[in-house]
Design a protein around this ligand. Structure first.
Ligand code: SF4
Ligand code: SF4
Length: 424
């Protein structure tokens, strides 16, 4: 169970072993205090009645309807942030961490999970999922521009609107002109490629039309190699659902690499009347060598959870439609795209939270109609604020476990999001 073991003294043991940069008396007092705060937070959490649900395996979570997935982002490749995010959300009890299909990113996720496990003595580890695409997709793109082409008097709305701090004018800010107070690690002008996750918000705001989008499709052979690693448990295929030929091509190219997986997810938008036929077609393509569980990720309003409360409406509406559908193919249903702190309330209001039936639809399965929720931009935003604060104080490569005050703050944020799904 993710949290119980946090109550012991392993944090201090871990830090003693790894050493602290500042071992002054004041620093040690502060450290002890922050560790006590973390323990206290966890202890208080443990008093809540439904804690036992958090001890479920990822599969049980899907069956019970309290599965939580952290989406690091199919294009987000900042390994320092990814490691810290993975650590924090592992401690908060997520069931799966979804990341870019890139070897260094997968390693960063596993490092974060391992660090959390070592700190807290966890019995359960989240599944590691890689995300790929069968065709052009919003999640698989980067923004690009040449800062040398930007007029000197531009007010840089691109920099302001970017939710990932992926646009920097660090060189120019040295002369005091940057409005970005949360400077990224990489000291360069323009788009910091590894931080850009393709949300597209900078594209329409440039008054001089200088920003381009560069889309890409993950290479199937590289994906297959990653899937054969023993630290990858699951895969997600992003698809429009409209081009079954491309989906089939990718599926065939992956060959037997999918055989060792625990879960295969398909992420798709709401295609209206064509959604269920598309799902059935993809299901029949996968069936001959699908040897694990499968999941349908209902991508309501892609990459928008951090924008506001209303962003979650589309994925809830999508979930209602699919929960009612009698002819949908087998597989768990999971929400994404616009999910945030309001999603659980929305599901509850529609009678869809951790239930096996709703008024106009039901399942023959004992499993919950909705397996759970994936959180992306919103989850990264609330913990990212803490990471930025830590990095501005301790440098861009800071590990969050070395700064318990920040770990405590980040964990509080993560628990506020994950806890309600786990009924903590
Ligand atoms: S696409 Fe989104 S994440 Fe990438 S630079 Fe533009 S605003 Fe930032
Ligand atoms: S808004 Fe456009 S012109 Fe202005 S700094 Fe950004 S990319 Fe350059």
């Amino acid at each position: 169970m993710a949290l119980r073991y946090f109550c012991n003294t392993k944090i201090s043991t871990y830090h003693h072993r790894h050493g602290f940069p500042n071992t002054s008396k004041e620093a040690l007092v502060e450290l002890r205090s922050s560790i006590e705060n973390v323990k206290s937070l966890i202890s208080n959490t443990l008093k809540l009645p439904s804690l036992s649900s958090s001890s479920s395996s990822p599969l049980q979570s899907l069956q019970r309807g309290n599965w939580v997935k952290l989406i690091c982002g199919a294009s987000f490749e900042d390994v320092v942030d990814i490691r810290n995010l993975s650590l924090v959300y592992t401690l908060s009890g997520v069931d799966c961490i979804d990341c870019a299909a890139d070897a260094s990113v997968v390693s960063a996720v596993n490092e974060g999970i391992l660090a959390a496990t070592e700190i807290a003595g966890l019995q359960k580890k989240p599944w590691v999922m890689i995300s790929v695409n069968d065709d052009k997709d919003l999640h698989f793109r980067k923004a690009e521009f040449d800062p040398e082409d930007c007029p000197a008097n531009c007010s840089r709305p691109c920099e302001i609107v970017c939710p990932a701090n992926a646009i920097s004018f660090r060189g120019k800010s040295a002369s005091g002109t940057s409005s970005n107070t949360e400077l990224p690690r990489v000291l360069m002008d323009g788009v910091i490629t590894e931080r850009c996750y393709g949300c597209g918000r900078c594209l329409p705001v440039c008054p001089y039309d200088k920003i381009r989008e560069v889309t890409y499709v993950r290479d199937a052979a590289t994906t297959a190699d990653l899937l054969r690693r023993n630290d990858v448990d699951a895969m997600e295929i992003h698809t429009s659902g409209r081009q079954s030929a491309q989906f089939k091509e990718l599926w065939c190219a992956l060959g037997d690499s999918v055989e060792n997986l625990k879960l295969i997810a398909v992420s798709l938008p709401n295609g209206g009347d064509s959604t269920i036929p598309s799902m059935n077609e993809m299901s029949s393509i996968m069936k001959p060598n699908l040897q694990c569980f499968n999941l349908w990720q209902l991508d309501g309003r892609p990459m928008s959870g951090d924008i506001g409360s209303g962003a979650t409406k589309e994925t809830i509406a999508f979930a209602i439609e699919l929960a009612k559908a009698k002819n949908r193919p087998p597989g768990f249903l999971q929400l994404a795209g616009g999910t945030n702190a309001h999603t659980i309330d929305g599901l509850r209001k529609k009678g869809l939270f951790q239930t096996t039936s709703i008024a106009v639809g039901s399942s023959n399965s004992p499993d919950a109609l909705i397996g759970g929720i994936a959180y992306g931009g919103y989850a990264r935003k609330i913990v990212g604020r803490v990471l930025r604060s830590m990095q501005s104080e301790y440098g861009g490569a800071a590990r969050i476990e070395d700064h318990p005050q920040h770990l405590l703050m980040a964990l509080k944020e993560a628990l506020a999001l994950v806890g309600p799904v786990k009924c903590l």
